[in-house]
Design a protein around this ligand. Structure first.
Ligand SMILES: [Zn+2]
Ligand SMILES: [Zn+2]
Ligand SMILES: [Zn+2]
Ligand SMILES: [Zn+2]
Ligand SMILES: [Zn+2]
Ligand SMILES: [Zn+2]
Length: 452
């Protein structure tokens, strides 16, 4: 109905317009060249009413040449251009919803077609990727770390850091002892107070003892060995016992008594009794008393007859004693009587360039010194004679220091010539000399090496 009436209006309007135009054309056909149907123009829009979204507009066109209105045209309304626009009413936070008003609104005329309220989803926290460690973890203890929301510094996220675990170094193994198995200890490289100790195997009861010193647990007798015992330091229940060797002749002999007394022409016999067991006895034969009782005693060394160092030919067994006087100290040599018996000891004491000669006899009660003679020389060759009776002008005194520097200068390779006369009888304290023994042979070699 509305549309029909609108069309009737247009038709009527057009008819009236056409009539007017034709009348005008007729009226002015001969004035300025325009006719009612043919205007010279140009044609222009003389006035205009823009349409709104819902109301049509119009425009009137005129001829510039004649000024007549040629047409009045409608401009059709295009309708609203609706789009959605939202306004935040309550902003969302990290954790709470916000609200917004959503408008369906014409972008041209701001006509609001509809409006509704809508939720805004929570934003969620905005945490950085990196954490701040607030408590360092240890081998066995947890640590903590935190990070702070960039939207709101009161939002703090805290997380636990797992314990690091120990960082074990190489194991050090202690061997098994008699009471404990082997242990392997590892030390944590993060904290040396952390130790990991594992045991393996069983105690080494055969070899793992820590023995103390051997101690005499039973004294030897002359026929039975003694015993030594040692105790394990880890367990006193562990002991070991061993026999101590017994000497080939372990008896402790008494001073002996003559069964047969020796004379200058026949030998004698001495009986000895063991002090540990009187059933143990031995009998020793001794030779006749030599040289009518006036015997020679020399200190051990090369024999005059065995060397070509002494300038005079002699067959005498008398000995001389090379020694080294360069060092402070005490040197001892055996005293040999009759080229056969060890009867005493001569002692050389060297002290800061001085020398003292002393001697002791093993059995002084059975000795009588008839002539005491000893002296010290650079070289044995310096002797003009070897019988002590002829050398008394060279004699030194027992126990008295002489200055070596004064006498011999820097020469420290010296010779002792000890040659005395005595009477003695045999006793168990006097033993027979064994020149062939390794000890004596070696000593002789050393002495000969000192000869210059
Ligand atoms: Zn015109
Ligand atoms: Zn509009
Ligand atoms: Zn937050
Ligand atoms: Zn650790
Ligand atoms: Zn043990
Ligand atoms: Zn015995």
């Amino acid at each position: 109905m509305k549309n029909g009436r609108f069309i009737c209006k247009v038709v009527l309007f057009t008819a009236v317009l056409a009539l007017l135009l034709s009348l005008a054309a007729i009226a002015s056909a001969d004035g300025n060249g325009c006719t009612s149907i043919n205007h010279i123009g140009p044609i222009y829009i003389a006035s205009r009413q823009d349409p709104t979204c819902t109301v049509d507009g119009w425009q009137i066109k005129k001829c510039q040449n004649c000024g007549e209105t040629i047409a009045t045209e409608p401009i059709i309304a295009q309708g609203h251009r609706i789009g959605e626009v939202s306004n935040v009413i309550t902003p969302a936070t990290c954790t709470t919803k916000g609200q917004k008003q959503v408008l369906s609104k014409c972008s041209v005329c701001s006509y609001v077609e509809s409006s509704r309220m809508e939720d805004i989803n929570p934003l969620g926290h905005d945490y950085p990727d990196t954490w701040t460690i607030t408590k360092q973890p240890t081998c066995e203890g947890s640590g903590t770390k935190q990070r702070v929301c960039r939207r709101n510094s009161t939002h703090v996220e805290t997380e636990t850091i797992d314990p690091l675990g120990h960082l074990w170094g190489a194991g050090v193994t202690t061997p098994a002892t008699c009471i404990a198995p082997a242990t392997t200890t590892r030390i944590c490289q993060r904290d040396s107070s952390h130790k990991d100790i594992t045991t393996s195997g069983s105690p080494d009861t055969a070899n793992g003892h820590v023995w103390g010193d051997w101690k005499v647990s039973k004294k030897p007798t002359c026929t039975t060995p003694g015993q030594e015992t040692r105790v394990c330091k880890l367990s006193s229940a562990h002991t070991q016992t061993r026999d101590t060797s017994i000497e080939p002749d372990a008896h402790v002999w008494d001073n002996g008594t003559y069964i047969v007394k020796p004379t200058t022409t026949s030998g004698g016999e001495i009986k000895y009794v063991c002090e540990l067991n009187s059933n143990h006895t031995k009998t020793v034969k001794v030779g006749p008393l030599a040289r009518g009782g006036n015997n020679t005693i020399c200190a051990f060394g090369p024999r005059l007859r065995d060397t070509n160092l002494y300038p005079y030919n002699t067959d005498d067994w008398y000995m001389f004693t090379p020694f080294d006087a360069s060092q402070n100290g005490v040197q001892t040599f055996e005293l040999i009587a009759s080229n056969k018996y060890i009867v005493g000891t001569v002692t050389l004491t060297i002290q800061d360039g001085s020398l003292k000669v002393d001697y002791t006899l093993k059995d002084p009660g059975n000795f009588k010194i008839n002539l005491e003679f000893f002296t010290v020389l650079n070289r044995i060759n310096d002797l003009t004679d070897y019988e002590p009776e002829n050398l008394m002008h060279l004699a030194m005194n027992k126990g008295q220091f002489i200055n070596l520097q004064e006498k011999f200068g820097d020469d420290t390779n010296l010779v002792l010539y000890f040659c005395s006369r005595c009477n003695f009888t045999y006793s168990n304290k006097i033993s027979e000399m064994n020149y062939e023994s390794t000890t004596h042979q070696r000593l002789l070699q050393n002495m000969l090496a000192l000869m210059d």
